[in-house]
Design a protein. Structure first.
Length: 118
């Protein structure tokens, strides 16, 4: 049967989001170091960097609410006949890693940084 395929796909997407988040973070840190070495500002405009502080509770609420809906939907409805526990775990991992990816993308903002040399 097709038991576990959704979980495998969700875990693969979770690994992709972890990789993309780590890659984005290293690119932004490298661009900030190059900007500082070239005499430019290391950080972007404080208005843009405050976006991560402003939206962080919203993104965390999104992850918590979506996880709660998945768990509640699984145990309170008949989703257990459609999804296995492995599928549920994979979907929860996907929600958590996607939320982390959004937080990394907003915290390590690349606005105003030059990515041409690296």
């Amino acid at each position: 049967m097709m038991s576990g395929y959704i979980g495998i796909l969700a875990l693969a997407l979770s690994a992709f989001y972890v990789w993309r988040g780590a890659r984005h973070r290293t690119l932004v840190i490298g661009a900030r170091e190059r900007a500082e070495a070239n005499g430019g500002p290391r950080e972007v405009d404080p208005i843009w960097t405050s976006m991560s502080v402003t939206f962080m509770p919203l993104f965390l609420f999104y992850g918590a609410f979506t996880s709660l809906l998945l768990i509640g939907g699984y145990f309170l409805t008949d989703l257990k006949y459609v999804l296995s526990l492995f599928d549920l775990f994979g979907l929860l991992a996907l929600v958590v890693t996607y939320t982390g990816w959004i937080l990394i993308r907003t915290h390590y903002n690349k606005l105003g940084l030059d990515f041409a040399n690296g």
